[in-house]
Ligand binder design. Structure first.
Ligand code: PMP
Length: 358
């Protein structure tokens, strides 16, 4: 194939290679250890829905029943929700709907790569504000950049992936007030933060879009269900670029079953993760060579003396974690917190390996 067949904006892109996973404990993608189909009532609910699902019909384009259930869960109106094939689809819809070539996307770094990639595909310019030491967002610089540039789209990941930091709602509101254009707040991990969502202020901000997902706290990563929340006009605009039948019927059934038992699922899945995260951080904080960054999510970022050696030590213990090529995450590992026993096993391996560098 001729390289010039490709859009100009993607000719220098490297293929996205997901490395082969050989380990059995896989804690590299912030997945939940809990399966909704292990909850007997959820499984029964899903199967009952499935029995009534006609495979020959296209799915409901706006997943009306599911958007109503999600709206109830987050406390907004059904027409303020758009359901997508994962939060990833909502991110891409936002970029496709609002960014022209040459427009500016503002975000902070390090953060979730997809925003920048989607914007670059469209020929938009990506501006990033680097974190301060200790992976704390540079709040003043970020706010100042919004005022200076008035980017077409601003993205704040809250809590942030991969650093775990949560910023307070009054800061998020300051961003929304400063921006003339859209501000995307990615709350994929909010359920683990024990903090209120900016959705509580939705009626006050016509430039707010919130990204949420069932992949994390609800453990539905394999079903690919995410959603965007915004005022109706913005949701309607996102609908302009959406594939008509974007979310398949099986995923809609699974998500509806999960929403029917949302309280039970969260009560089961979230507190043990938070407790395991806390204990993991406490144990590693005692290890002289490691820097543990506080996290409001289901993962923890840890800086180690020698990243590749630590990845290898964990591999030897049959554990796969996330490491990074980016210079600003050198020697950092992102460890998904699943169960306490797994977290403690990881901590023991890391402690032993770090002692070698003492
Ligand atoms: N936002 C953030 C910050 C994420 O980390 C992820 C998943 N890793 C997503 C959005 C998208 O999640 P999904 O497509 O699984 O809903």
């Amino acid at each position: 194939m001729k390289n010039n067949w490709l859009r100009k904006t993607i000719r220098s892109f490297e293929p996205y290679v997901v490395p082969e996973i050989r380990e059995h404990t896989v804690i590299n993608a912030n997945e939940s250890p809990y399966n909704i189909f292990d909850f007997p009532k959820v499984k029964e609910d899903f199967l009952a829905r499935l029995a009534k699902t006609p495979s020959y019909h296209y799915p409901d384009p706006f997943a009306e029943e599911l958007r109503a259930a999600l709206a109830k869960y987050v406390g907004c109106k059904a027409d303020e929700v758009l359901v997508g094939n994962g939060g990833d689809e909502i991110i891409s819809l936002i970029m496709n709907t609002f960014l022209d070539p040459g427009d500016t996307l503002l975000t902070h770094t390090p953060t979730f790569d997809i925003y920048g990639i989607d914007a670059e595909v469209l020929g938009a310019k990506v501006i990033t504000v680097p974190d301060l030491d200790g992976y704390r967002r540079d709040r003043d610089a970020f706010l100042a950049k919004i005022k200076e540039v008035q980017p077409k789209v601003t993205v704040l990941c809250n809590p942030n992936n991969p650093t775990g930091e949560l910023l307070p709602l009054d800061y998020v509101e300051a961003l929304l007030k400063a921006a003339d254009n859209l501000v995307v707040i990615d709350e994929a991990y909010l359920e683990f933060a024990g903090a209120p969502s900016i959705i509580t202020k939705l009626s006050e901000y016509d430039n707010l879009i919130v990204i949420r997902t069932l992949s994390k706290a609800f453990g539905l990563a394999g079903c690919r269900v995410g959603y965007g929340v915004a005022q109706k006009e913005v949701i309607d605009a996102l609908g302009l670029t959406k594939l008509v039948y974007n979310l398949n019927i099986l995923s809609q059934d699974a998500a509806l079953a999960a929403m029917d038992y949302a309280d039970e699922i969260l009560a089961h899945n979230v507190p043990p993760t938070i407790a395991a995260r806390q204990r993991f951080c406490e144990v590693l904080a005692e290890v002289p060579n490691l820097t543990v960054y506080p996290s409001a999510t289901n993962f923890v970022l840890v800086r180690v003396p020698d990243g590749p050696a630590m990845v290898e030590a964990l591999h030897q213990a049959d554990i796969c974690v996330r490491s990074y090529k980016a210079a600003d995450l050198k020697n950092c590992l992102r460890i998904t917190i699943t169960t306490d026993d797994v977290a403690q096993k990881v901590a023991a391996v890391m402690k032993e390996e770090a002692a070698k560098d003492a």
